[in-house]
Design a protein around this ligand. Structure first.
Ligand SMILES: [Cu+2]
Length: 260
């Protein structure tokens, strides 16, 4: 998020310089245009905000036991301990991990600069890391293969173009972007059927994923009324509406659970 905002500032400076040098760059062929992605991002970069929404994802009920994944021999050889399912992970403090929390509505017609920072997902020990992540439309997803054998990356979007590509060797890298917002896109491996991950694709960077403490932070927001959605792979979605002013910080809590 902070990197995104720094980019937005830089982009805004470029815009001012260009407009100061001769006005409408779009209609003057002699004016050099900035790089395509920067140009698009520049057009309507949103004003920077200072509001923040923080909270945590509580878990009600008894935490389910994480099932041991039956990996094949080549994958098992890469682990000293059993590999456990990542579908439901209840943290030691009673919160839920891997919940994707994002602004679903309320940002209006603003457009946002695409972060230059790459989102990285690794295939390591026949497990995707991270298991759940967010990425902005147009932002680069770099996929690594840290394993000494082939994975077949297969994305299962409904709105975006599907990728279905072999990554045969250790050290292989692949980069891709997504064209439209879509929550969530499942990613799987056709060689190792237990491997899966989920990407939340948004046209902004106001999101977070709960980690080992179950907490999330969405900050640097403009003032407004927002619909915030929390998504979990097993327990579905929950939404809340929050109205927040400039410089304000508010706390909300989502609750998921085995009995919910
Ligand atoms: Cu695989």
């Amino acid at each position: 998020m902070r990197i995104y905002l720094r980019n937005a500032i830089a982009v805004t400076v470029v815009t001012l310089i260009i407009s100061g040098c001769g006005g409408d760059s779009g209609s003057d062929p002699s004016t050099p245009a900035p790089a395509a992605t920067t140009s698009e991002a520049t057009a309507d970069a949103a004003p920077l905000g200072s509001a923040s929404i923080t909270g945590s994802i509580s878990f009600s009920g008894t935490a389910p036991t994480r099932a041991r994944i039956r990996q094949d021999r080549e994958c098992t050889a890469l682990h000293e301990a059993p590999v456990l399912s990542q579908t439901v992970i209840v943290n030691e403090n009673g919160t839920l991990k891997n919940v994707f929390v994002y602004i679903k509505d309320g940002l209006g017609e603003r457009t946002f600069a695409v972060p230059a920072e790459e989102v990285v997902m690794d295939q390591n020990g026949c497990v995707y890391a991270p298991h759940v992540f967010g990425i902005q439309v147009g932002q680069t997803l770099k996929i690594l293969n840290s394993d000494p054998f082939m994975h077949n990356l297969h994305t299962l979007p409904e709105k975006n173009r599907s990728a279905n590509v072999a990554m045969p060797k250790q050290g292989d890298e692949r980069k891709q972007t997504f064209r439209v917002a879509e929550v969530m896109v499942k990613i799987k491996c056709d060689v190792h059927p237990w491997m899966n991950a989920y990407a939340g694709i948004l046209d902004h960077s106001y999101y977070d994923v709960s980690g080992d403490d179950g907490a999330f932070t969405i900050d640097e927001l403009p003032p407004g009324t927002y619909t915030i959605e929390a998504w979990h792979e097993e327990y579905g979605v929950a939404t809340q509406t929050v109205t927040i002013g400039d410089d304000e910080a508010t706390t909300i809590e989502f609750d998921f659970g085995a009995g919910a």
